[in-house]
Write a protein that binds this ligand. Sequence first.
Ligand code: PMP
Length: 394
Amino acid sequence: MSQNKIAKKVQNLQSSAIRELLKHSKMDGVISLGGGIPNPDLFDREGLQIAMDQVLSSAWKEAFQYGLSEGSPELRAAICQLLAERAIVCDVDDVVVTSGSQQSLDILARALIDPGDIVVVERPTYLAALQVLQLAEADLRSVGTDGDGMIIDELEALVKTTPVKAVYIVPTFGNPGGVTLAEHRRKQLVELSQRYDFVIIEDDPYGEINFTDKTFTPLKAWAAESGNSDNVIYTSTFSKILAPGARVGWLVVPGWLKRQVVNLKQATDLHTSSLSQSLTYHYLNSGRLAGQIALIREAYKHKCQTLCEQLESALGDHLTFHKPMGGMFLWARFNYPMDTTQWLKKTLANGVVYVPGEFFYCNDPDHATLRMSYVSVTDENLKEAVLRLKASLN
Ligand code: PMP
């Protein structure tokens, strides 16, 4: 069958560089700082077992049946409660359950973007969001980030001269940059979205994985405080705090977009797995989530600290990085010209992998950057990984 039968917009669709890389990380003896997946040793097997037993004993008819495209009303009500703890006030009708926030992004891209529409992302940004936005044929622009997240002054200069349709942002403990948008910038971004009438797609998978005792109020909540949250669409997920294999995430959709989002969800997969929704609902109902989040926070915080210390002592003269305040990723940059994609061959030969930073840019990649995930690596291996990175500089 000839290649030209394939739709033009998917002909050049790349497999995620990270997924390709994970193949290497499975090789014997290789320490992987590459994958972005949660630590499976921390999954609450017991709690999930109890919830699953409840599903199978008392909710099995609904769990094995078709359901509403919006998602199960009881799960959506439980999500509203969870959101209230994040300062987001919403109603069951505002929530649409998705098969993970990746699907939320895909649905939003299809609901909002016509080919050529200008969408702004952070530099660097989440790779799979780039895939989705490129598939939607968005005209992608990027705005720089520093230790306080997206540089909103740079965004302002852009929106003053350019008709921006949407800004996609991971404001809290971002992937890949590990940075968090400062409070004054959150207010500034929300205010800009109202003044220049663009949509903010707020992707918040990591907000609960907070290593500090500060709270980072979502953009959605800041917008509501200013009296109008219609421009902010919020998505989050149970993937990082419960189990990514369940594939349960959600959207908080403003009224003007609700019908289209539900219709797109219907066209995509009718609804998110009833079994997964029921499992998630029963888990939430058990009251174990708070303890589970606390466990994940502590464990990831410790690992992050270990990696930071090792990097500072062994590679402090070579790399600069911002210490993450939460989440799963540390982003670093060489202090001198370096191509981290080339360097990976050397580090792989020395038994350690990471993700070269260039894949997280929609244009003008910074080749001197790299992303490291610390969450699934033992303390001992974090230390060994840094030694191997150092040895690879020779
Ligand atoms: N957004 C970001 C920023 C992510 O890092 C991820 C997971 N890697 C997702 C969305 C997708 O998560 P999921 O579909 O598992 O909810």
